[in-house]
Ligand binder design. Structure first.
Ligand code: PBG
Length: 333
């Protein structure tokens, strides 16, 4: 077609060749933006596959150190460690026990790769409690029922944070959604000489059906949900309030989680935050892609890169993803 009806403005011009498309690509991923979440399980001799997360395992201490070296060689930004203890109790005693699996694993990983990777620790009680909640329970509910006791939980988080800092963790990931957790853990760390330990606040953590595969990964004993402390997916404004509070309490980085269902929140937080913003592509987000790809319904690598790019485009500077090593390999080409 030519003449007066032919378009003059042609956006397609910039899409016509790989070289032009590469030149105008606005958002890029780099392995250094990615953090790999890893599970280390006490009392196993071989890595145990997680059925609901094809390609992801519960590590032994040895296999954890091996994957940490691979991650460092791949140039990814860091690791986020989760512990799976043999014994659990009501107060999550394994969390602040220096010989608890997570603290032992932190020491091993920091020893092996601590100067080449940022080593992060999940700071939450749910992996260590027999009831599976993120804090300690007291019978203070409206009907006298057991509820997660915010302020009693803060004391446990302080003890856990100190144990993790002593084990050498560089970053503590406060994932429990207790009010005041950042300020409380910061004060405890500073009082013991850990002023340099970085706090990553899970600022807007939504209650989600997509945590399902993670429950298998950490062998969670949770019955019910976390709706009384995690955010309602219907709400956006309270994410901004949580951001204000976390910044005021001294968070060094903030995070939104899950990632893809809440990209509007990632974008809103990224526009307002004065500290780096992370997003967590959670277990169920990973499993959706892995499961569809295993059936041949979608292309795993394309869906993986598209999801990560979208999270980055929305404004997350750092992405926690179970795809971190695969994505780093794809980025190397
Ligand atoms: C709490 C925590 C959870 C996840 C990360 N930290 C579980 C939860 O809040 O229910 C989920 C991560 C994932 O699903 O990949 N310790």
């Amino acid at each position: 077609m030519s003449g007066p009806t032919a378009p003059v403005l042609r956006p397609r011009r910039l899409r016509q060749s790989p070289a032009l498309r590469r030149l105008v690509q606005q958002t890029r991923l780099h392995p250094a933006d990615l953090v790999l979440p890893v599970f280390v399980r006490e009392g196993i001799d071989e890595p145990v596959p997680i059925e609901a997360m094809p390609g992801v395992v519960q590590h032994t201490l040895d296999s954890l150190v091996t994957v940490a070296r691979e991650a460092a060689d791949a140039g990814i930004g860091g690791l986020m460690l989760f512990g799976v203890p043999v014994d659990k109790d009501a107060r999550g005693s394994g969390a602040d026990d220096p010989e608890g699996i997570l603290n032992v694993a932190l020491r091993a990983v920091v020893d092996a790769v601590g100067d080449r990777l940022v080593v992060m620790a999940d700071l939450c009680l749910d992996e260590f409690t027999d009831h599976g909640h993120c804090g300690v329970l007291t019978a203070t509910g409206r009907l006298g029922e057991l509820v997660v006791d915010n302020d009693a939980t803060l004391e446990r988080y302080a003890a856990m944070g100190l144990a993790q800092a002593r084990a050498g963790a560089h970053v503590l990931g406060l994932s429990g959604m207790m009010d005041g957790q950042v300020a409380h853990v910061r004060a405890a760390l500073d009082a013991e000489g850990f002023a340099d330990t970085v706090l990553l606040a899970y600022t807007a953590k939504y209650t989600s059906g997509l945590y399902g595969p993670f429950r298998e990964a950490v062998q969670s004993s949770l019955v019910g949900d976390r709706a009384a402390y995690q955010q309602d997916p219907a709400n956006a404004t309270e994410a901004l309030r949580e951001l204000e509070l976390d910044l005021a309490e001294g968070a060094d980085m903030v995070m939104v989680k899950p990632a893809l269902p809440h990209l509007d929140i990632v974008a809103a937080v990224a526009q307002r935050s004065t500290v780096p913003v992370a997003a967590y592509q959670i277990s169920g987000e990973y499993s959706q892609i892995a499961a569809a790809a295993a059936r041949g319904w979608i292309d795993r690598d394309r869906a993986m890169m598209e999801s990560l790019l979208s999270i980055r485009r929305a404004g997350a500077q750092v992405i926690l993803t179970y795809f971190a090593l695969d994505a780093a390999a794809a980025l190397r080409g």
